[in-house]
Design a protein around this ligand. Structure first.
Ligand code: COA
Length: 386
């Protein structure tokens, strides 16, 4: 197996982007990533595109071919990858494995979703839950995560304010990110007094409905200096599954696919949670950010709420969590999120993150989750500062 490095990254602005079509978004991200890698289109050997549900949001399937054509990259192989909100993380993983195996040399991993073209995004998003046992009974993702929040509060005494604190952190960091959907700060009071969505979660606990795309170029680590002065090395790429439906889980306060993928990732990288300087975690709802910082081993189970309250996950805290603003403030165009998370860690490690720069970071971890954790994808990235 060959070591793999990231040599190019890009992200479109996330938000309600009426003036841009599905294909415009992903082509823009792809071209920017190729430029960032100092490559030309003809250098790319293959591409993997994360997309959750183009069929339901914009009526478009056969996305690999569409993107290859509109980015001018035919006839290279172009493959769509789908695992709900973890589609982007898995597309990146496919690209990494293709290079590691020696099958291809320079591969693009992209992710895209255009969610705002439908009047109500909720039924399309609910297709990522268990159709028969959850979605058809009227259960939605806000309500599934609301149950997890209630159980966390019951088992560990986590307060409503601590959960809201995760959304406040996202907006604080997002306010410094020019590509974020929401570039404004919010308060705990604002979260607690915002419109009720599924008790105890309010609208300001939720990631928004978003349009956007992101792209990454990977190549063999020993060739990376041909394309960039600052390669970002892939130290681990792991994936795990858990039950798609929540009722079949032993616990509602932990996500077993995260635990499994994280253990594999730390073993693969020969690193521990304490070695991580920052993390981009999947806070589709504020409670999921809180659960993620426990499941990734940054804090003991049940202590995530206190860590948020104590400021331990701020940019200058013990570990900088979601310096991009996370799904809450950067936005969550489902298929693009896993790619955008790794792009953010790359900018941070290259020290190109502008006002939201985390100082002295040399390693970071991403956690991209599909549904309520039916799929989890984790990447650990590091930079060589000599
Ligand atoms: N955070 C902050 N502000 C939000 C927001 C969010 N999550 N969602 C909407 N808003 C704002 C809008 O910008 C708009 O502001 P404006 O009036 O100043 O323009 C206002 O709230 C109303 O927006 P609207 O689009 O009518 O909200 P909505 O009620 O249709 O949607 C949610 C709100 C929470 C239902 C929707 O954001 C949602 O479904 N989020 C979860 C997405 C999801 O499930 N992703 C997958 C996770 S597994």
């Amino acid at each position: 197996m060959r070591d793999v490095a990231i040599v190019g990254v890009s992200q479109t602005k996330f938000g309600e982007l009426w003036e841009k079509s599905f294909r415009d978004l992903v082509v823009e991200a792809g071209i920017d990533a190729i430029r960032d890698a100092n490559m030309n289109g003809e250098d790319i050997d293959a591409m993997y595109i994360g997309n959750m549900t183009g069929g339901l949001f914009v009526g478009q399937e056969h996305i690999g071919s569409l993107i290859a054509e509109h980015s001018g990259l035919t006839p290279i192989p172009a493959t769509r990858v789908e695992a709900a909100c973890a589609s982007g993380g898995l597309a990146l993983r496919q690209a990494i494995m293709a290079v590691a195996s020696g099958y291809y040399d320079r591969v693009m991993a992209a992710g895209v979703e255009k969610m705002t073209d439908v009047v109500d995004a909720t039924p399309a998003i609910a297709a990522a839950a268990d159709r028969e046992w959850e979605a058809q009974q009227g259960v939605t993702f806000p309500s599934l995560y609301a149950m997890m929040a209630k159980r966390h509060m019951y088992e560990y005494g986590t307060t409503r304010e601590q959960i809201a604190g995760f959304a406040v952190l996202g907006h604080k960091n997002g306010a410094l990110n020019p590509k974020a959907q929401f570039q404004r700060e919010i308060s705990v009071d604002a979260v607690l007094n915002s419109t009720k969505v599924a008790s105890p979660l309010n609208i300001l606990d939720c990631s928004p409905v978003s349009d956007g795309a992101a792209a990454i170029i990977v190549c063999p680590a020993d060739e990376a200096h041909k394309y960039t002065d600052t390669p970002i090395y892939i130290r681990a790429s792991t994936q795990a599954s858990a039950t798609i439906s929540l009722h079949n889980r032993k616990s509602l306060t932990t996500i077993p696919s995260t635990i499994f993928a994280a253990k594999k990732a730390y073993d693969m990288a020969n690193l521990t949670p304490k070695d991580m300087d920052m993390a981009e975690v999947h806070d589709c709802f504020s409670i999921n950010g809180l659960i993620a910082i426990e499941d990734l081993g940054f804090f003991e189970k049940g202590k995530g709420g206190q860590a948020i309250e104590d400021g331990l996950i701020e940019r200058d805290g013990d570990i900088a969590v979601n310096p991009s603003g996370g799904l809450k403030a950067r936005g969550h165009p489902l298929g693009a999120t896993g790619i955008a998370q790794a792009a953010e860690i790359t900018w941070q490690l290259r020290q190109e993150a502008g006002k939201r720069q985390v100082s002295d970071a040399t390693s970071g971890i991403t956690l991209n989750i599909g549904g309520t954790g039916g799929t989890a994808a984790i990447h650990i990235l590091s930079v060589d500062r000599k």
